[in-house]
Write a protein of this length. Structure first.
Length: 186
């Protein structure tokens, strides 16, 4: 019995040291201002532009996911990434995305796409530009509530406002151009 207690005590101590060592290595800030991300509005805007051609084909134009890819906005994203850092997510997308063209976009583009995804999940832009080394707990800046205003390009919002509100003039294509309804059946 004594040997078993010693073994369990040793195992618990080793596990605690391992967790502490990982936490010290990760250097994730959990004391920052909740809701303000380590990125700028300019990075969000650049990320929105880069997301479509590099990510939208698989993850959907509104970050909603697809048949073979995960959603990048909402509760599912936060459940998967909330307990990790922005640096962890940056490394993941840089080394794994876009599928088949991993590490092909450049550091600034990856940072911008990540900033766009965080903003779409509720994080507010700050004054410091995001870098590959920025390490903030994702759940300290994002709440997983999808922000349609971030996902919708500003020019589409302006066009909608000019029509008296979103969709007031009927359906539009992805460029905001009105789509004529099909002819009525006789």
């Amino acid at each position: 019995m004594r040997g078993r207690k010693s073994y369990l005590g040793f195992t618990a101590a080793a596990l605690a040291l391992g967790v502490a060592g990982y936490a010290a290595h990760a250097q994730v800030s959990t004391t920052g201002t909740a809701g303000v991300g380590p990125f700028t509005q300019a990075q969000v805007d650049a990320g929105r532009a880069a997301y479509g051609p590099n990510c939208g084909g698989c993850h959907g134009p509104a970050l909603q996911g697809g048949p073979n890819s995960t959603a990048l906005a909402g509760a599912g994203f936060l459940a998967a990434w909330g307990n990790r850092s922005t640096a962890d997510y940056f490394r993941y997308i840089q080394t794994q995305m876009p599928y088949g063209r991993e590490n092909s976009l450049g550091v600034d583009t990856y940072a911008a796409i990540a900033a766009y995804i965080y903003a779409a999940n509720g994080a507010a832009p700050g004054t410091q530009a995001m870098t590959a080394q920025s390490a903030v707990g994702i759940n300290t800046i994002a709440d997983g509530r999808i922000r349609d205003a971030v996902i919708t390009a500003p020019q589409q919002l302006a066009q909608a406002a000019g029509r008296g509100g979103r969709g007031a003039a009927g359906p539009t294509d992805e460029n905001g151009t009105p789509i004529a309804p099909p002819p009525a059946a006789a």
